[in-house]
Write a protein that binds this ligand. Structure first.
Ligand SMILES: [Zn+2]
Length: 387
C-alpha cells in the first residue's frame, strides 16, 4: 500500500509541469501575437505616406497662380462697362443731338446724291462751272462726270473751255463724231492765214491774236511759225484718230515685247472703238504701262484721243519755236498759253492776261524751264471740312 503522500508527490509534479507548460504556451502565444501585429503597423505607415504628400502638392500650386491673374481682368471690364452705360443715358436727354443729326442727314444726302454725278470741288472745276454758266451752259451737259475717262480728258484738256469770248467753246469735252466737229467749227467761224507758206485755220479771235503775235515777233527779229504743217492749227477727227492710233499701236507693241501684255491683249484692244480704247489705255496707264512718246509719259501728253483734241475747237496751235522764251513771252502777251502739261509745242488761246489765269482755276507749273498753266485740281481747303 502506498502512502497517500507518496502518491500525491507525482501528482503535484504533474500539476507543476502542467502549469509550467501552460505558462510557456501563453508566453509563446503572447510573443507570437506581437510578431504578427508588428508588420501590420509597418504596412499602413508607408501606404498613407504616399497619398498624403500628393494631395498637398497640387493644392498649393493652383492656389497662388489663379488668384493673381484673375483679379486684374475682373477689375478692367467693370471699368469699361461703367463709362459706356452713362453715355447712352446722357444721350437720350440730349434730344437735340439726335434730332439735329437726323435732319442734317437728309440735306447732306441730297447734295451728295447730286454731287455723285457731278464734279470734284477743285478751283478748276468751280471756275469751269462758272464759265459755263456765263455762257448759259451746264458743266454736266458737256462732260459725263460718271465716265472716268471723260473726267480725265477734262482735267488734261479742259483749259480750252475757259477761253474768253467772243471765242466759242466746244459743246462737249469729247466730240462724238466728225459731223459734230464740222457743225461746231462752222458755228464758231474759221479764219485762215498764210503763215510762212502754211495755211492755218483758227477761230477769228484766236487768229487775230496770232497775227498780232507774229507781227510782234517779226519786229523783234524772231519768227513764230506753225509746227508740222497745217495740222498745227485745225485738225480733223480722222487726223486726230490716226495720230492716236499710232501711239496706241506703239505702246501695245512696246509692252508686248516687255512681256507686260499678251498677243490676246493686243488683238482685243486693237478692235475696240476709240472711247472704249481710251478707257482701256487709261486702265493700263494706271498700272504703269504708259503709252505716250517713248512710253515714259501718258498718251494724253502726246496725242489726244479722237474727239478730244483742242485743235478740233480751232483754239490751239503747235508752235515750232516753243523752246524760245521770247516767243513764249510774246504768245502769252496775246493770250496764248501752254495748258497741256508736258506737251511743249502746244499753245491754247485763252484770250486773257496771264495774271488772270489763277482766277480761271489754272495754276502755273514749271517743266524744263517752261511755264504751263494747267487745271488747278487742288482739293477743297481743309479748314472748311474741319468746321
Ligand atoms: Zn497741239
Amino acid at each position: 500500500m502506498k502512502n497517500p503522500a507518496t502518491i500525491a508527490k507525482p501528482f503535484s509534479t504533474l500539476l507543476l509541469l502542467s502549469s509550467a507548460a501552460t505558462c510557456l504556451f501563453l508566453a509563446y502565444s503572447c510573443l507570437h501575437q506581437s510578431t504578427i501585429t508588428a508588420p501590420k503597423p509597418a504596412l499602413p505607415v508607408p501606404a498613407p505616406a504616399v497619398p498624403v504628400p500628393q494631395p498637398p502638392k497640387p493644392a498649393p500650386i493652383p492656389v497662388p497662380v489663379p488668384p493673381v491673374p484673375r483679379p486684374p481682368p475682373v477689375v478692367t471690364p467693370p471699368v469699361v462697362i461703367a463709362p459706356v452705360v452713362p453715355p447712352p443715358v446722357t444721350l437720350p436727354p440730349a434730344v437735340p443731338t439726335a434730332p439735329v443729326v437726323k435732319p442734317a442727314a437728309p440735306p447732306a444726302a441730297a447734295p451728295a446724291e447730286s454731287e455723285k454725278d457731278s464734279f470734284p470741288k477743285t478751283p478748276f472745276h468751280q471756275a469751269l462751272r462758272a464759265a459755263m454758266k456765263a455762257r448759259g451752259m451746264k458743266l454736266e451737259d458737256i462732260c459725263d462726270a460718271a465716265n472716268p475717262a471723260a473726267l480725265r480728258i477734262l482735267e488734261e484738256y479742259g483749259a480750252v473751255l475757259l477761253a474768253a469770248e467772243p471765242a466759242k467753246t466746244p459743246p462737249a469735252c469729247i466730240f462724238a463724231d466728225e459731223a459734230a466737229i464740222q457743225k461746231f467749227q462752222a458755228s464758231a467761224g474759221a479764219k485762215e492765214t498764210d503763215a510762212d507758206g502754211v495755211r492755218l485755220t483758227l477761230q477769228p479771235a484766236a487768229m487775230d491774236s496770232l497775227i498780232a503775235a507774229r507781227a510782234e515777233a517779226k519786229l523783234a527779229g524772231l519768227s513764230l511759225t506753225p509746227r508740222n504743217g497745217e495740222e498745227a492749227g485745225r485738225r480733223s477727227l480722222d487726223e486726230s484718230r490716226k495720230l492716236w492710233s499710232a501711239y496706241v499701236e506703239d505702246g501695245l507693241l512696246h509692252w508686248l515685247h516687255k512681256g507686260r501684255l499678251t498677243r490676246r491683249d493686243l488683238t482685243r484692244i486693237r478692235k475696240l472703238n476709240p472711247p472704249a480704247q481710251l478707257g482701256e489705255v487709261m486702265k493700263l496707264e494706271k498700272r504703269g504701262l504708259l503709252f505716250g512718246l517713248n512710253q515714259d509719259k501718258s498718251i494724253l501728253r502726246s496725242a489726244a484721243p479722237p474727239g478730244c483734241s483742242q485743235h478740233l475747237s480751232l483754239l490751239a496751235l503747235d508752235v515750232a519755236e516753243f523752246a524760245d522764251p521770247a516767243i513764249r513771252e510774246i504768245l502769252s502777251r496775246h493770250g496764248w498759253f501752254q495748258t497741256v502739261g508736258g506737251d511743249y509745242p502746244h499753245f491754247t488761246w485763252l484770250g486773257v492776261p496771264e495774271a488772270r489765269l489763277p482766277e480761271l482755276g489754272l495754276r502755273s507749273s514749271t517743266a524744263s524751264g517752261q511755264t504751263f498753266w494747267v487745271p488747278d485740281l487742288t482739293p477743297p481747303p481743309k479748314p472748311m471740312a474741319d468746321h
